[in-house]
Design a protein around this ligand. Sequence first.
Ligand SMILES: [Zn+2]
Length: 225
Amino acid sequence: MLAFGRRPVTALLDLALPPACAGCGAEGKPLCPDCRPAIDVRLPLPAGTPLGLPDGPPDPLVRLEWCAPFAGVVRHALHALKYAGERRLAQPLGEAVAARWARSGGGGDLLVPVPVHAARRRERGYDQAELIAAAAAQRLRVPMLPAVERIRATTAQYRLDRRHRAANVATAFAVRPRDAGQVAGRHIVLVDDIVTTGATLAATANALLAEGALSVAAVTVARER
Ligand SMILES: [Zn+2]
């Protein structure tokens, strides 16, 4: 039924058009060669570069990395992927995630996307974090599994101050029962589009650890301060 929804059909039509760069509008690629470097600004930084977070990665994440600040080209690209149906952007964004993760020395044996709300996925026809994770997994040669689901609706995090974000998402995630066996005993890398306080990543990590994951790290396209 999903394939016949209005949005997915619109998205398919969009894919038939030549892409325009999300950064500058130039026709030809979803991100042109001039704008592409913006999503890789942290790529040259050596492993162990401080994150600029007061207490390091939010507990229980063992590592956290991102590719670029949430601004300019990166902001436009994520907006086009999430709200304008430009799914082709998942490929360069996923490649940036893979490159930064490899460069920073991150390991792991399973990539797991942070899930969007089921209602939002239905409306949009896809989950942007899952598309990014799939592209990153291909590049890293690590399997990808959308093993986590949202089991409770949450208030959009941006509406809340930092204090209330952790409580808002604390019990919102669970491992899908059919995937529990894939999670136990694995070192997992969460993939998401944006990290702000890390509360959503931490809540997702807790769900995975509760199912026996050995460790959970995370990598995102962007960081929003
Ligand atoms: Zn451009």
